[in-house]
Design a protein around this ligand. Structure first.
Ligand code: KIV
Ligand code: ZN
Length: 447
């Protein structure tokens, strides 16, 4: 059976750009939009044209040059914004106007100072105006998850009747939980007349760290578009992270049997480009794109990885465009990884020699945290004059490749041992280094 196709709506250039320190100039936005195109996203929200001339120019430029995806421009629910959004996006091969208006009582009372009736009328009029300009109109009832549900249903019904083609349900303040968010979408699907004609979309913020879980719950409740950003950037704690959503669906199709058009191998290059442009580095332990996401320091883990990466990795680094896994040589490393690194540097040892190198290595690692190749070579020279020289394999090792654009770490990256299996397949990977010890001993070496 065909899996439902989920539309990936990337808002890194709009909501993402709203996060402190992440603003981009026109050229940078164009560069990232071209990368988002290579990544295979379906919709690029290119900006908020009324906000500044720079944003207008960026949306216009992206519309002219990025022709495959839908290009969306954001507008508040008022004529000036809608007209400006259309001016910016009308040259796109597939233009969309995205209109938003808050529907929660808190926003109506304190921010907009309008009544529910005024809100309903403004939403309907705005969608009608946008529709007269553009066939593809998205409407977002801002703060939907804190809105009165009957009123929310009324507004959604009105904008669907007015011609909206996508209805987005924002968890603007990241307050919802997955069960609640899924339930809200089911309620809308049950109660709103005409809802089956439109695409329901998720837009979840990460204030409680639930943005990805809420988005996935939304899809399970019938949403077919997810709004998300690269590296999860966005207002406050950010938006749902594109890479986490896509890979959750790819690694767990048993739970999330949905397809996207995202090219997995372009995930990491996109993450790196964004980090480079904004100079906001990715947190090291960030799922999928953090520099530690495929790094292993614990000896037991390194030993398992060297025997078969499936022991400690649920997806291959290559499947998301990370060139290789890295074994970090630190105080938790075992003899197995140390022996491999020594061999890659051109030194092969027998068991007794390696024990000696290992003892010194642990003392050093305790002091300096990460042992670099230069340290290791000094230590090898100190300890053994006897070690068998073999041609170094290190020339082919891409040092710091995985770490470079996300903060310049100095961990020692070792190559993934052997050809990578496809995206979570169960193919085993052979390890080609000297066999120093028996199987059980290997495990103990890991400690
Ligand atoms: O979080 C939000 O509600 C938004 C809307 C403009 C869609 O970003
Ligand atoms: Zn948002």
């Amino acid at each position: 059976m065909d899996r439902p196709r989920i539309i990936i709506f990337d808002t890194s250039l709009r909501d993402g750009e709203q996060s402190p320190g992440c603003s981009m100039n026109v050229q940078e936005k164009l560069r990232l939009a071209q990368q988002l195109d290579r990544l295979g996203v379906d919709v690029i929200e290119a900006g908020f044209p009324i906000a500044s001339d720079g944003d207008f120019d960026a949306v216009q430029g992206i519309s002219a040059s990025v022709r495959r995806p839908i290009i969306a421009a954001l507008a508040r629910a008022c004529p000036g914004d809608i007209d400006r959004a259309w001016q910016a996006v009308q040259g796109a091969a597939h233009p969309r106007i995205h209109v938003f208006l808050a529907t929660s009582d808190i926003h109506l009372k304190y921010k907009l100072r309008i009544t529910r009736d005024q809100c309903l009328e403004q939403a309907r009029d705005s969608v009608q105006r946008a529709k007269a300009l553009c066939a593809d109109v998205e409407f977002s009832p801002e703060d939907a998850t804190r809105s009165d549900q009957d009123f929310l249903c009324q507004v959604v019904e009105a904008v669907v009747a007015a011609g909206a083609t996508t209805v987005n349900i924002p968890d603007t303040v990241g307050y919802s939980t997955p069960e609640e968010y899924g339930r809200l979408l089911r309620i809308l699907r049950e109660r709103v007349a005409g809802i089956e004609k439109v695409t329901i979309s998720t837009h979840c913020h990460n204030d409680l760290g639930l943005a990805v879980a809420n988005s996935l719950a939304g899809v399970q409740a019938g949403a077919r578009q997810i709004e998300c950003t690269i590296n999860g950037i966005g207002e406050r704690a950010g938006n749902a992270s594109l890479e986490e959503i896509v890979m959750a669906m790819r690694v767990r199709p048993d739970r999330y049997p949905y397809e996207t058009g995202v090219v997995g191998e372009q995930i990491y290059p996109s993450s790196q480009m964004l980090a480079e442009i904004t100079r906001v580095s990715v947190q090291p332990n960030k799922a999928i794109t953090g520099r530690n996401a495929f790094a292993h320091e614990a000896g037991i883990h390194q030993d398992g990885m060297l025997k078969n990466p499936l022991t400690y990795e649920i997806m291959t680094p290559q499947s998301v465009g990370v060139p290789d896994s890295r074994l970090v040589l630190g105080k938790h490393s075992g003899r197995h990884a140390l022996a491999l690194r020594c061999e890659q540097l051109g030194h092969q040892f027998d068991r007794r020699e390696l024990d000696e190198v290992y003892r010194k290595f642990v003392v050093l690692a305790d002091r300096i945290k990460k042992v670099q190749d230069s340290h290791l070579l000094e230590l090898i020279q100190e300890v053994c004059t006897q070690g068998k020289r073999i041609p170094p394999a290190s020339a082919a090792i891409p040092f710091d490749r995985a770490a470079s654009a996300v903060g310049g770490s100095h961990e020692v990256p070792l190559p993934f041992p052997g050809p990578a299996p496809d995206n979570g397949s169960t193919a085993s990977i052979s390890v080609t280094f000297a066999d120093h010890h028996g199987e059980q001993e290997d495990y103990l070496w890991g400690v």
